[in-house]
Design a protein around this ligand. Structure first.
Ligand code: ADP
Ligand code: MG
Length: 746
């Protein structure tokens, strides 16, 4: 059998070969006009993509018909039945025959009308499309008529003469067996979760915008409606009745507008959630010129503001209604009109973004106090913020270490110094104690918020802020707002791209200035970073002083340092109340530092720099003149919180030398020459692995912070100093166009 079949195949193969040698001439396929029904069905599939899109079209028609009450009934996720009833103006008897033909509409006559069109519909396609993919029945009665009419439609055509019937005012449109003739789509829809939740979501959105219309939505046969709103004059009431009290009570009103016709003209009104609202995902209900639309760019812009200012509430609820001159909106960019395109979109988004930002910043009345805790149980101080797991996770917090680091491993600079810099003060405290202290801090912060010292003090801060806001470099501002972060070029410079230019940006200078500006902007409104164990100022100051002159030893010198430390402690204790109220730096009555301010959300400074900071507060601050005092404290904080290279040398370069074990190298010497194998084994454990891991963590975390905190925050808040264009903070290194020319020649 097998041999036989092989034989019969042979000539066939030869034929194929022959064909390859001399290809037969093939005529191009003939082009013909598609039958109208095929065209319509293809188009229908696009307009009515799924049941929820049909519901949207029907509800929009009802709104266009000036209805005050719209109710929706759905069976089988909309596949079996969608029924939308309204009390609108109804449809004329004589229009019924062409009602469901493609491109029949009562809303548009000339293309130019599109510029000023107010209605949601204008394409005259929705009803027609539905008749190509489902069975449509329309019942309608106009005001003053004794009875209504009912007509059924298929493939754009009215099936019989409309039948007189009893009806209540308005129109009821029923779509049955959606996609009955599109097997693949129906199957896909049947297999996936049904559209009912999407329909409920859609109606909820309509209900909070069109508050003068009452909406209801329920499953066929269900007694209770899943959306039920009554006409009201209060938007907040509407939101409460649709989205619930938990949403409504955490909302703040927001407004923004621009009336400069030279740039953009718009007005935005809405509600946005505050820091108490914790959602699983962002809800953005957006209406532009009363059309329910989506705008990815605006949504992302708002999301960025939330994650930068309220990281714990970074999935907000947003309702916004934007009104623009209708000639600035192109409504005809999407078949289902889901998206629109706006003139001056970037400017509008930017204005809304800053309105959201300042609203969140100033909404103290409904903010609860947020606190970040420095937890000693992790080896890196930076890996302590456990909030918002959905945010990109800093690399170091992916590998938290629970075991305590031995004291000698905590040493950063001098391994013989038992104090081990600040780490020695950050032993884990029993949780009850920690709870108590954080509770106290929350209380005091709340008190502070209720009772801010709104005195003349603020004018001096306002003046400092004004200096920042009026003297920035607009070119650099544009670069920072629109640049792409590429990566760190070395320990200090980041490589960024703006348009076709590459720049090196000094992240230490930039972060220092950003922190300074933020301190002044958040003045007296800081959240707290809680040290798990208060650090005595005396020890901090001694550490810092020792570091200042490492070689000067001796009793006398030590006494002198103690004196300086003591003077500084007295001074800082005196200023403690002011430091606490205005800057969130808490020094308790025993002279311990227990809290630091949150200057950028999600960011904790390098705690190795605390001693230097405390000394700087004592030595460098001018306490006499109010304005200079605030300025110098802000500068000291700026320097402390700046994203300096970590004190541990970077292990990825020459810094690796630093992590060689000194003790084990002595052992090598003892055993030298005796056995080469033993030497090799010693080489393997030549490095202090734990310290090395710490260093790797610290460097990785810094880079993470630069990319995910510094640059996004700068985009939002930063006003670059004019001097930064010339002092080496920004250096233009290449123009991509020129590079391209060079590479082209290669
Ligand atoms: P469009 O809304 O783009 O005009 P549609 O196919 O959605 O196109 O509707 C066609 C026409 O049918 C509308 O222009 C309107 O005159 C009429 N119509 C549809 N639904 C209703 C309704 N619920 N009440 C009154 N008229 C309606
Ligand atoms: Mg329509």
């Amino acid at each position: 059998m097998e041999a036989g079949s092989a034989e019969t195949e042979q000539p066939l193969e030869m034929e194929v070969e022959e064909e390859e040698v001399a290809p037969i001439y093939k005529e191009p396929p003939k082009i013909k006009l598609l039958e109208e029904s095929v065209v319509n069905r293809i188009a229908a599939g696009e307009v009515v993509q799924r049941p929820v899109s049909a519901v949207k079209e029907l509800v929009e028609n009802s709104l266009d018909a000036d209805s005050t009450s719209i109710s929706v009934v759905v069976k089988d996720g909309g596949l079996k039945l969608i029924q939308v009833s309204d009390d609108g103006h109804g449809i004329r008897y004589e229009d019924l025959p062409i009602l469901c033909e493609r491109h029949t509409t009562s809303k548009l006559s000339h293309f130019e009308d599109l510029q000023t069109i107010q209605s949601m519909g204008f394409r005259g396609e929705a009803l027609a499309s539905m008749t190509y993919v489902g069975h449509v029945t329309v019942t309608t009665i106009m005001k003053g008529q004794l009875h209504g009419y009912r007509a059924t439609y298929r493939d754009g055509v009215m099936e019989q003469e409309p039948k007189p019937c009893a009806a209540v005012k308005g129109t009821q449109i029923m779509v049955e067996n959606l996609f009955y003739n599109m097997i693949a789509r129906r199957k896909t829809l049947q297999n996936s979760a049904d559209d009912y939740p999407k329909i409920v979501d859609l109606l909820s959105r309509f209900a909070i915008h069109h508050i003068n219309v009452s909406f209801s939505c329920r499953k066929h046969g269900a007694a209770r409606a899943d959306v039920h709103s009554v006409a009201t004059s209060s938007r907040l009431d509407a939101i409460r009745s649709v989205y619930g009290v938990s949403v409504a009570r955490n909302l703040i009103k927001i407004e923004a507008f621009d009336d400069e016709s030279s740039s953009s003209v718009f007005k935005m009104e809405g509600f946005i959630s505050n820091s108490n609202y914790i959602g699983k995902k962002i809800t953005m209900v957006l209406f532009i010129n009363n059309r329910l639309v989506e705008c990815g760019a605006l949504k992302r812009a708002v999301e960025i503001v939330y994650s930068a200012t309220l990281p714990k509430a970074s999935k907000p609820f947003i309702y916004m209604s934007i009104i623009l001159p209708s000639e600035h909106v192109d409504v005809n960019v999407h078949p289902t009109k889901r998206e629109v395109s706006l003139l001056h979109q970037e400017i509008i988004i930017e204005k809304i973004q800053s309105a959201v930002e300042s609203r969140l910043r100033n909404s103290n009345e409904c903010r609860t106090f947020q606190e970040q805790t420095v937890d000693a149980s992790t080896s890196s101080f930076l890996a302590t913020q456990k909030d918002s797991p959905k945010n990109p996770t800093p690399p170091s917090s992916q590998t938290p270490k629970s075991e305590k680091v031995p004291v000698h491993k905590m040493v950063r600079i001098d391994s013989l110094d038992p104090a081990g810099r600040l780490h020695a003060y950050l032993q884990a405290t029993p949780s009850s104690q920690a709870d108590k202290s954080s509770l106290a801090s929350i209380r005091s912060a709340i008190r502070q918020r209720r009772n801010p010292r709104e005195t003349a003090d603020l004018t001096s801060v306002q003046e400092l802020v004004n200096i920042i806001d009026s003297n920035y470099h607009s070119g650099l501002l544009d670069t920072i707002r629109n640049c792409t972060y590429i990566g760190m070029a070395d320990e200090v410079f980041a490589l960024i791209q703006h348009n076709t230019h590459l720049y090196l940006a000094n992240v230490v200078n930039l972060s220092k200035e950003l922190m300074y500006q933020q301190v002044l902007r958040r003045f007296a409104h800081f959240n707290a970073i809680q040290l798990s164990d208060p650090a005595p100022l005396a020890d901090l100051l001694m550490l810092a002083l020792k570091e200042e002159d490492l070689d000067a030893e001796g009793e006398e010198n030590y006494d002198l340092k103690e004196k300086i430390a003591e003077m500084n402690i007295q001074l800082l204790k005196q200023k403690a109340e002011m430091l606490q109220e205005y800057f969130g730096i808490h020094i308790d009555t025993n002279g311990n530092l227990s809290r630091l301010p949150v200057i950028l959300d999600q960011y904790t400074p390098d705690m190795d720099r605390v001693p230097e900071f405390v000394l700087c507060l004592g030595n460098d601050v001018d306490w006499d003149d109010e304005k200079i005092c605030f300025q110098t404290i802000a500068a000291a904080l700026g320097n402390f919180y700046a994203m300096h290279p970590p004190l541990l040398p970077n292990p990825s370069g020459e810094g690796l030398q630093f992590y060689k074990r000194r003790v084990s190298s002595n052992c090598h010497q003892a055993g030298r020459g005796s056995s080469k194998d033993a030497d090799d084994a010693a080489v393997e454990s030549e490095y202090d692995d734990e310290l090395l891991a710490d260093a790797e963590n610290a460097w990785a975390h810094r880079e993470w912070s630069i990319q995910h905190i510094l640059f996004p925050s700068m985009r939002l808040f930063f006003k670059p100093l004019t001097s930064m264009a010339s002092n080496g903070t920004f250096v233009r290194v290449a123009s991509l166009e020129k590079l391209y020319k060079i590479f082209e020649r290669c």
